[in-house]
Design a protein around this ligand. Structure first.
Ligand SMILES: [Zn+2]
Length: 99
């Protein structure tokens, strides 16, 4: 199974489903999409980490927001990962908090 960009027909179905799910505005800045600022697909968890085109990992974003985010993890995901690391034995020992 290919994990690359789906066929154009499927991409269009995904775009329509995301517009219905999220409305016609950018996920990040909430500005409505226009001909000058069209919707682009953004992989919420970057493709470099999770190579999928599943809708649950896709949002529509304007191009400036999409480029600004790039391959960065969204803050809520990063915070969740850091929280789990902070409570790990390795982290506790590294910080001198555990014997
Ligand atoms: Zn935006």
């Amino acid at each position: 199974m290919s994990r690359g960009r789906p066929k154009p027909e499927k991409v269009e179905r995904i775009r329509v489903a995301l517009l219905a799910r999220d409305g016609g505005s950018c996920f990040y800045c909430r500005k409505p999409f226009t001909d000058e600022t069209p919707a682009t697909f953004d992989h919420y968890i970057p493709r470099a980490i999770w190579r999928t085109w599943r809708q649950r990992n896709l949002v529509l974003a304007c191009e400036p927001c999409n480029h600004a985010k790039g391959d960065l993890l969204p803050w809520p995901v990063a915070a969740l990962l850091l929280r789990n690391v902070r409570h790990s034995d390795v982290w506790q020992r590294a910080c001198g908090l555990a014997a």
